[in-house]
Design a protein around this ligand. Structure first.
Ligand code: B12
Ligand code: SF4
Length: 573
C-alpha cells in the first residue's frame, strides 16, 4: 500500500473512533450509564433463600492445549459472592481449574451442594469452550439448576455464548449489582435487571439481550471480597509462571483500586468492558482492604490489577501517601503503568510505598503508528526520562512493545525494536498485535484486509498461541512471529548483567532462564512450521534469525542459546 493510501485508510478509521461527545466509539455503543446503588432487596422478606455455587471451569478440559500457565485468582467470584451472602442460604466457590478437577469430581461436588444457581466465569475468550463444556455437564446433572456466565468472554460475545442450550443467562459487564438483582429476581424479591443480562425468553423462544450493565458509580459501596469462601493462602503463596512480574513477597494479594480508563488506545478492549468512565475507590477504602489482608492473611505484597491505576494524578498520590501514613508500605507491582501519567514526585511516592516493579506501555517506536493507529497520549522523551528516574530509584522497569499493527511498515517495526533496545529498560516485552473484538484496531485490520485468520472467540486458542495474525504487503505474520522471538531474546539477554538481573527477578538461575529462552525461540519456529509457511517466509525467517544472532554476537558478548532445539511450550513474556 502506498503511504498516501495508508494515511487515508487509518484516518478514516480514526475519524470513527471518537463520537461527537469525544467518547470512544465502542464505549459509546454501550449506551453507557452510571448506577448509584443496587436495587433494594430486603433479606427478611425472602422466604426461601438461594443456594449459589460459583464455578471456575477447568480450562484443561478443552481438548486443545490452552497454554493455561497462568495463576488465576478467583477475585471476581469472591467479590460477587460478597454481594449476595445475605440473600443466600449457602454459597460455595469451586475452582475446577486450580484443583484440576475431573468432570466426575465436579459432578459429585455439584450433587453434594445441590445448588439453585451456578455462576461461571471466564476471563479470556481463549478459554470460552471450557464454560460451554461445564454448562452441559451441569444440565446433565439437573435441568433445574440455573446456569449463568459472566466475565470478559461473556461480555464481548454475549449473543454467541447464549446460543449454548445449556446456558440460561449471560451477564454483560460488571456483575455486582446485576447479579444481586438477578438472584433477588429468582427469589421473587424484585424485577429482572433492566440492563446487563442476556437470555432466551422461554415464552417466545427469542434471545433478549439487554445490553451492557450500567457502570457502578461508587466502588466504595462494594464489600470486601468473600475470601473466606476460598483457601486464600493456597492461591497467594504460589506463583506458577516464571516471570519478571511476580510478587515481591508471599502471601500476595491482587487488588483493584479503580475500574475503567478514559484513554482511547485503539487495540484495547477496556473501554468496551470496564468502560471509559474512570471510577476510583477512595484511598482509605483501598487502605482498609490492604490492612485487612495484612491482618487476616498476613499478606506481604500486592499486585495492583487496575486498568489504568494512575489516571487521576492527584488521587494516585493521595493513595500512596495514605499507604505510607498508615504503615501499609509493602512490595507492590503494577502490571499496566501509564508512563504518560508519571512524574518524579509520583515515582518517589511509589518507591516509598513499596513499588518494586512496573510495566510501562510504550507500544511503538514511531510517531505515525502511535498517533495514527494506537492513539496513546505518549511522549517518547517524557517516557525515557521517567524510565531512567524509576530505575535510578530502584524499580525494576519492564516495557511493552507491540509489532505488526495493520498498515505498519517493516521499517516502522524495526524502529520499534530499535527503541525497545535503546530505551534502557530492565526488560522489554514484545507482543504481536492481536485485533480484539470491539476495538478500532479490529476494524482497521478488517478494512485493510490484514487478518490472516478468524480472530474471534471461535478461534481464540489459536490467536493467542500461534503468534502474529496480521499480514501486510511487506511482511507476513510468520515473519513477525520469528522476529518477535529473536529480537526479544537479543534485546533482553545479550548483556550478561541484564541476563543475571532478570534471572534474579524471576527467582531462577541463569541456566533455567536460558532453558526458557530456548523454548520460546523453538515455539516460534514450531508455530510457523505448523502453519505450512511458504518457502519465501521460511527463508525470511532464517534471515531474521541470522541477523538477530549476528547482532547479538557483535554487540557485547553473545549469550544466545542454540535456537533449533525443539522443546515444550515456553513463555516469552
Ligand atoms: C487483571 C487482568 C489479568 C490478570 C488476571 C488476574 C486474575 N484474576 O487472576 C492476568 C495478569 C493473569 C492477566 C493475564 C492476561 N490477560 Co488480562 N486482564 C486483566 C484485566 C486488566 C482486569 C480483569 C479484572 O480482574 N477485572 C476486574 C473484574 C471486576 O472484572 P471481571 O473479571 O471482568 O469480572 C466482572 C464481570 O465480568 C462480571 N463477571 C465475571 N465473572 C462472572 C461470573 C458471574 C456468574 C457473574 C454473574 C458475573 C461475572 O462481574 C465481575 C465483577 O464486576 C483485564 C481488563 C479488564 N478490564 O477486563 C485484562 C484482559 C482480560 N486480559 C487480556 C489479555 C489479552 C491477557 C493476556 C493474554 C495478556 C498476554 N498478552 O499475555 C493474559 C492471558 C491470561 C490467561 N491466559 O488467562 C484481555 C482479554 C482479551 C480477550 N477478549 O480475551 C483483557 C480484556 C485486556 C485487554 N487487552 O483488552 N490478565
Ligand atoms: S491506557 Fe491502557 S487501559 Fe487505557 S485504553 Fe490505553 S491500553 Fe487500554
Amino acid at each position: 500500500m502506498t503511504d498516501q493510501k495508508i494515511t487515508k485508510v487509518t484516518k478514516e478509521i480514526i475519524n470513527k473512533v471518537i463520537d461527537k461527545k469525544g467518547r470512544r466509539k465502542y464505549f459509546a455503543k454501550l449506551n453507557p450509564k452510571l448506577q448509584e446503588n443496587a436495587v433494594f432487596i430486603d433479606p427478611n422478606l425472602i422466604k426461601k433463600k438461594s443456594r449459589v455455587l460459583f464455578l471456575m471451569p477447568n480450562f484443561n478440559w478443552i481438548d486443545e492445549d490452552v497454554n493455561a500457565l497462568w495463576d488465576l485468582f478467583p477475585w471476581n467470584l469472591c467479590q460477587l459472592a460478597s454481594m449476595v451472602e445475605d440473600i443466600c442460604e449457602d454459597i460455595k466457590i469451586i475452582d475446577a481449574y486450580k484443583e484440576n478437577l475431573s468432570k466426575e469430581d465436579v459432578t459429585r461436588l455439584i450433587e453434594e451442594f445441590n445448588p439453585d444457581i451456578i455462576g461461571l466465569t471466564v476471563l479470556m475468550d481463549q478459554y470460552h469452550k471450557a464454560a460451554h463444556i461445564t454448562t452441559k455437564l451441569i444440565k446433565s446433572i439437573s435441568k433445574d439448576i440455573i446456569t449463568i456466565l459472566g466475565g470478559v468472554y461473556a461480555t464481548s460475545n454475549s449473543d454467541y455464548a447464549i446460543e449454548d442450550e445449556a446456558l440460561d443467562y449471560v451477564i454483560l459487564g460488571e456483575g455486582e449489582f446485576t447479579f444481586r438483582q438477578f438472584v433477588g429476581y429468582t427469589l421473587g424479591a424484585c424485577e429482572l435487571p433492566e440492563r446487563g443480562i442476556c437470555f432466551k425468553n422461554k415464552e417466545t423462544g427469542k434471545i433478549e439481550n439487554k445490553g451492557h450493565s450500567a457502570f457502578i458509580k461508587n466502588l466504595d459501596l462494594l464489600p470486601k471480597p468473600a475470601y473466606h469462601l476460598i483457601d486464600f493462602l493456597s492461591y497467594s503463596n504460589q506463583w506458577m509462571r516464571k516471570s519478571v512480574d511476580q510478587p515481591g513477597g508471599f502471601p500476595y494479594a491482587r487488588i483493584i483500586t479503580s475500574r475503567g480508563c478514559p484513554e482511547k488506545c485503539s487495540f484495547c478492549q477496556v473501554p468496551s468492558l470496564q468502560g471509559s468512565y474512570f471510577r476510583a475507590r477512595t484511598p482509605d477504602h483501598v487502605c482498609d482492604e490492604i490492612e485487612w489482608l495484612k491482618n487476616t492473611y498476613g499478606v506481604k505484597s500486592i499486585i495492583f490489577d487496575d486498568d489504568n491505576m494512575f489516571t487521576n494524578e492527584k488521587r494516585s498520590k493521595l493513595l500512596l501517601k495514605r499507604m505510607i501514613e498508615r504503615g501499609l508500605n509493602m512490595p507492590w507491582t503494577s502490571l499496566a503503568t501509564a508512563v504518560f501519567r508519571l512524574d518524579e514526585e509520583l515515582i518517589d511516592l511509589m518507591v516509598e510505598s513499596g513499588c518494586d516493579y512496573i510495566d510501562v506501555a510504550i507500544e511503538s517506536g514511531t510517531n505515525r503508528v502511535k498517533e495514527e493507529i494506537i492513539l496513546k497520549p505518549l511522549d517518547f522523551d517524557h517516557a525515557k526520562k521517567m524510565i531512567k528516574y524509576a530505575r535510578k530509584k530502584g524499580i525494576y522497569v519492564a516495557a511493552n512493545f507491540i509489532i505488526g499493527f495493520p498498515t505498519e511498515t517493516w521499517d516502522e517495526i524495526l524502529q520499534t525494536l530499535k527503541l525497545a533496545d535503546e530505551i534502557d529498560v530492565d526488560y522489554a516485552k514484545i507482543f504481536n498485535a492481536i485485533p480484539l473484538r470491539n476495538t478500532e484496531m479490529y476494524d482497521l485490520a478488517q478494512m485493510t484486509n490484514s487478518i490472516i485468520m478468524d480472530t474471534t472467540h471461535k478461534n481464540a486458542k489459536s490467536v493467542w498461541t500461534v503468534g502474529g495474525v496480521i499480514k501486510s504487503d511487506e511482511w507476513t505474520a510468520d515473519d513477525l512471529t520469528i522476529l518477535r522471538a529473536y529480537e526479544w531474546d537479543r534485546i533482553n539477554f545479550t548483556d550478561k548483567n541484564k541476563l543475571k538481573k532478570t534471572a534474579d527477578r524471576m527467582q531462577i538461575s541463569v541456566e533455567e532462564l536460558n532453558k526458557i529462552r530456548k523454548k520460546t525461540l523453538n515455539n516460534a519456529i514450531k508455530a510457523i512450521t505448523n502453519r505450512n509457511t511458504s518457502s519465501a517466509s521460511v527463508k525470511k525467517a532464517a534471515d531474521i534469525m541470522k541477523v538477530s544472532s549476528e547482532k547479538s554476537s557483535n554487540e557485547k558478548s553473545s549469550n544466545s542459546p542454540s535456537p533449533l532445539l525443539v522443546g515444550p511450550q515456553g513463555a516469552a513474556n
